[in-house]
Design a protein around this ligand. Structure first.
Ligand code: ZN
Ligand code: ZN
Length: 371
């Protein structure tokens, strides 16, 4: 960890006319200074004034945790506050001293708690709050080689979980029972957190964000399994495969699943520098729509991934940002038939200098598991 990311954020803030950036616990803070702070009501914040050095405001009882984290080696001023202090006033005074006056435009992390964001605003009368998103997205969207390596490790771990699916996904078991086994395996394979486990069997598969229920899996059920977790360094995995359990899929399912597979491949193959995020969405959507299933593909094609499972760039119509090498995102078209079943195929991909690198490698066919 170096101070470079903080300095880059300061430079972009200056360029965009923001006087001060404030980041509370969450992935922006972790990205910028390496402090994976636990979100609590007491204010912990990284303040990045457009001029002068950044500083941390932390509860005194947590100051040793900052020193022990990578942030402790960055040479930042750490302003520790006591239980009866006003941490917002402390932050505002220190920022004002560096800026030579009160900040007027203040950017806060998009996933900051409202009580912290509004506390900052109250401490700087007349300031206007806005999202720091344009600053952090520009940095976080383009992954370094080290970050891509972390995403590769996360992808390989979740691939190993999918490869073991036949151990757990069986006729007569409930989604919840299968999900509990999968969650344990996500940790066994090297993740330190389970972010979500979706086992959408039969009609539940038509609800893209269904998680787990007490539904018992029946013979011939199509089952959408979407899994994700976090590695020790905080990078996320996210991979979906669709299975058929204890029987073959109906011929019409096989037919539209083939369309879905072609769409997922077309979108992946379209990834290269210079093309827009929305064109990747269009590459998948066109295949599905041309085959007559367009109304059943009810979500965007993908989302960026890094320290958050969902982050910029979003692969959706209307997002005309051009891809650059280092952008990492999901390609995950789906077809959902309400009341019957659904299917989704999801890989994490990285835009490279001349094309695409895919970080998930399990079979993308409809995988038949014995009952
Ligand atoms: Zn996803
Ligand atoms: Zn997913």
């Amino acid at each position: 960890m170096t101070i470079d990311r903080v300095h880059a954020a300061r430079e972009i803030a200056g360029e965009l006319g923001l006087d001060l950036l404030v980041f509370t616990p969450g992935s922006d803070l972790r990205y910028l200074v390496g402090y994976n702070a636990h979100p609590l009501e007491r204010l912990t914040a990284l303040a990045v004034p457009a001029r002068g050095e950044a500083f941390l405001v932390v509860p005194r009882l947590e100051a040793p945790m900052v020193s022990a984290s990578p942030a402790g080696g960055l040479g930042l001023d750490v302003l520790a506050w006591d239980e009866t202090d006003d941490p917002f006033a402390l932050l505002a005074a220190a920022a004002g001293a560096r800026l030579g006056g009160a900040p007027s435009r203040v950017g806060v992390g998009a996933r900051s708690w409202a009580e912290h964001a509004l506390g900052v605003q109250r401490a700087v009368p007349g300031s206007a709050l806005e999202l720091a998103t344009p600053v952090v997205d520009r940095l976080r969207m383009v992954k370094s080689a080290a970050e891509i390596e972390e995403l590769t490790i996360a992808g390989a771990a979740i691939d190993r979980v999918h490869a073991r699916m036949g151990e757990w996904l069986r006729v007569g078991r409930t989604e919840a029972q299968v999900g509990a086994d999968i969650a344990a395996a996500i940790l066994e394979e090297g993740h330190v957190s389970v972010d979500f486990v979706i086992v959408g069997s039969g009609p539940n598969g038509a609800s893209p964000h269904h998680e787990l229920s007490d539904r018992t899996i029946g013979a011939g059920d199509v089952v959408v399994v979407d899994l994700g977790g976090g590695t020790p360094t905080g990078y996320r995995s996210d991979c979906t495969r669709t299975y058929v359990v204890g029987g073959a899929a109906a011929p019409d399912v096989t037919e539209w699943y083939g369309v879905l597979q072609a769409a997922q491949r077309a979108a992946t193959d379209a990834v290269r520098p210079g093309v827009t995020a929305e064109s990747i969405d269009a590459a998948a959507r066109t295949v599905i729509a041309d085959a007559g299933w367009g109304e059943h593909f009810i979500h965007r094609t993908g989302h960026g991934i890094g320290l958050d499972t969902h982050e910029a760039p979003y692969v959706v119509e209307g997002n005309d940002i051009p891809l650059v090498p280092g952008m990492a995102f999901s390609v995950e078209p789906g077809i959902y038939l309400a009341g019957r079943c659904g299917a989704r195929i999801e890989d994490i991909v990285v835009c490279t200098e001349d094309g695409v690198r895919v970080l998930n490698h399990g079979p993308r066919e409809l995988v038949e598991l014995p009952g």
